[in-house]
Design a protein around this ligand. Structure first.
Ligand SMILES: Nc1nc2c(ncn2[C@@H]2O[C@H](COP(=O)(O)OP(=O)(O)OP(=O)(O)O)[C@@H](O)[C@H]2O)c(=O)[nH]1
Ligand SMILES: [Zn+2]
Length: 387
């Protein structure tokens, strides 16, 4: 046992009676935990999962617990950082995770090739903060990608334009913020600098009490920001020059870092790269203004190419919708479809197999009824295209 959660604000905080308040414990989690409490289990938030064991933060401190009882073949149900869990004793009296509480939000990675299922990278995240460095030219497509991903998780996205100290001209900065707002409807865009402290207090206020992940490419300033928010060196910062916006991946720790005023930062290496993300429904939210326009098109199935009464093309024509937004939306939809197709390839192969079996059975039945020639003119039954 170490790092005992201790709340210095105990007398003023309604949740302070609970040692996990600092780690995001709230009424919702408490309700979900009731049956486990009745079973004599201990609540915990998972800080790290590593080779069949986990680091779990309990009201009495951090324990290393087994995860055998919650082991499953389904990667979307693997225990992950940010999960709430119920801990009990194994046969030898050592702590082990007995159950995972239902997740409110989840960051999934669609893993490539062999494994078709997605792996959960972080659970129960409230704020998905996308860090974008102003040291390099803004890559709007990349911002759209991260924002889609954030929406998909169920968390509220927030875009940070980091290193504002590199953009001393306020008009230029205002333009960069406006450009970013254009590609992130419904998302707050906040300029910050770890160097000058600009925006840091506001950011801290926005994140207090919740669970936050920092997304963004290497060199965006995530580790520096983490240290700034926490007020001490908790993440190693890459000192390699990042004038080109690139950098070596330096973060090795996967962790749950408590913020001084409450709430946690979840920092898992897998979340840091863009990789193969299954944006799913998040795309619709990331391009909400286009979805809204599309609902006003004359034709329900308008493709926004040259159809009469197309509200999307009209908006492009009158300048209220930048054309690159539509291009970008199309591109990400295509990408997502390709990814979904790959994800589903195994599933469809299985369906095809079943379909063939049904066809064969149908033919066989028919041949038994009418003799081998009778079934020739009709397709074997039972199938339908179905996939
Ligand atoms: N000028 C300026 N530089 C910054 C600021 N924040 C971070 N940097 C620098 O940017 C570089 C990258 O910062 P990191 O915090 O390591 O970036 P990261 O996103 O954590 O990178 P990875 O750990 O590789 O994912 C470092 O050289 C930092 O010193 C800032 O506010 N202003
Ligand atoms: Zn249209």
């Amino acid at each position: 046992m170490n790092d005992v959660p201790h709340d210095p604000h105990a007398p003023h905080d309604p949740h302070a009676r609970h040692g996990l308040a600092r780690f995001g414990w709230n009424d919702e989690v408490a309700d979900a935990f009731v049956p486990h409490a009745a079973a004599g289990l201990l609540p915990a938030r998972i800080a790290r999962v590593d080779r069949g064991r986990c680091e779990a933060i309990t009201p009495h401190g951090t324990v290393h617990a087994g995860i055998e009882p919650v082991a499953t073949h389904d990667p979307t149900r693997w225990l992950t950082t940010g999960d709430w869990a119920a801990i009990g004793d194994d046969a030898q009296g050592r702590p082990e995770v007995k159950a995972i509480l239902p997740r409110r939000t989840a960051f999934l990675r669609s893993t490539s090739s062999k494994r078709s299922e997605g792996q959960v990278l972080a659970a129960n995240v409230d704020h998905a903060v996308v860090a974008v460095s102003l040291a390099a030219e803004l890559d709007l497509g990349r911002i759209e990608r991260f924002v889609s991903l954030a929406w998909t998780s169920g968390a509220q996205p927030l875009v940070l334009l980091t290193k504002t100290d590199l953009v001393p001209d306020p008009d230029t900065l205002a333009h960069l913020v406006a450009d970013t707002e254009t590609v992130a409807p419904g998302v707050r865009v906040l300029p910050v600098s770890s160097r000058t402290g600009e925006g840091v207090d506001l950011l801290r206020a926005l994140l207090t009490g919740g669970s936050t992940v920092l997304l963004g490419v290497s060199g965006a300033g995530k580790s520096t920001l983490t240290n700034t928010l926490v007020g001490r060196e908790v993440q190693q910062v890459n000192t390699i020059r990042d004038s080109d916006g690139k950098g070596r991946h330096t973060t090795t720790a996967r962790d749950l870092i408590p913020l001084p005023d409450g709430g946690v930062l979840i920092d898992t290496p897998g979340l840091r790269g863009v990789g193969l993300w299954d944006a799913g429904e998040g795309l619709e939210q990331a391009f909400a203004e286009i979805e809204e326009l599309a609902a006003q098109c004359r034709f329900h199935d308008c493709g926004h190419h040259s159809e009469p009464g197309c509200a999307v093309l009209a908006a492009i024509a009158d300048g209220s919708l930048p054309e690159r937004r539509l291009d970008s939306y199309r591109k990400l939809l295509r990408e997502n479809e390709r990814l979904a197709a790959r994800t589903d390839a195994r599933l469809r192969a299985e369906q095809r197999q079943r379909f063939k079996q049904r066809q064969a059975t149908g033919r066989h039945m028919m041949e038994r009824k009418r003799g081998p020639a009778g079934g020739r003119s009709r397709r074997g039954g039972g199938g339908g295209s179905g996939w």
